[in-house]
Design a protein around this ligand. Structure first.
Ligand code: HEC
Length: 189
């Protein structure tokens, strides 16, 4: 009888040790995969962006982002069989809307930055059984040209170039180290 109780306890404990429906092993695998995909996406975007900035400054790089950021991300996404979104609570492009979960995660990351805590990627399964990876997008010095504080780290001219294309832009005012948003990757398999 005692043994049976212990066995049941053990089974229950094992079940609950699975994190959000993931086994520890799966969690590790998907975290690695998500990190790899986020890095590949960042690299694909920033390589192109830097080349455009060098060739023609913001006047060339901004329209390029508008036309090409989506297709560049889609290419990485189809290679890995995932959906890739760069979500934010301060969006420039109105093609996307943050989900409630993304907003929650962004707020948690902001709190962690404020408390100097480490920001870790998140892996979870939602109610419809989709697997998600989230990781912070942090503002770097070279992002400020187009996302910085107008008249301080970002020129009024660049702001007006951006406002022409994105009249409702609210993705400015950032400082280095701020949370710009999240990589939100959904695995398709
Ligand atoms: C040349 C100007 C420029 C630079 C430099 C730049 N961005 Fe952007 N960023 C844009 C534009 C334009 C968009 C809107 C793209 C679109 O229409 O899909 C954008 C969109 C984004 C988005 C998607 C969410 C949104 O608001 O639409 C994120 C996240 C982002 N940028 C982060 C960064 C980070 C991080 C850096 C630095 C590593 C950076 N950006 C550098 C111009 C720039």
């Amino acid at each position: 009888m005692m043994l049976k109780k212990i066995t049941i306890l053990f089974v229950v404990a094992t079940l609950f040790s699975c994190n959000n429906g993931f086994s520890e092993k799966e969690k590790e695998e998907y975290t690695l995969k998500g990190k790899e995909i986020a890095q590949a996406s960042f690299k694909a975007l920033s390589t192109e962006l830097m080349a455009q900035m060098k060739a023609g400054g913001p006047a060339q790089a901004v329209p390029f982002c508008k036309e090409q950021a989506g297709p560049i991300l889609n290419e990485v996404a189809s290679k890995y069989n995932v959906t890739i979104v760069r979500s934010s609570d301060q969006l420039r492009s109105c093609k996307i809307e943050p989900t409630e979960r993304e907003l929650d995660i962004i707020n948690n990351y902001k709190n962690s930055v404020a408390k100097n805590k480490e920001l870790k990627p998140i892996i979870e399964i939602d109610a419809t059984n989709n697997k998600h990876f989230y990781a912070p997008i942090i503002v770097k010095a070279n992002c400020l040209v187009c996302h910085g504080k107008v008249n301080e780290t970002m020129s009024v001219k660049t702001d007006s170039i951006i406002k022409l294309t994105y009249p409702f832009d609210i993705a400015t005012g950032y400082s280095e180290g701020d949370v710009r948003g999240v990589w939100s990757i959904t695995f398709n398999e």
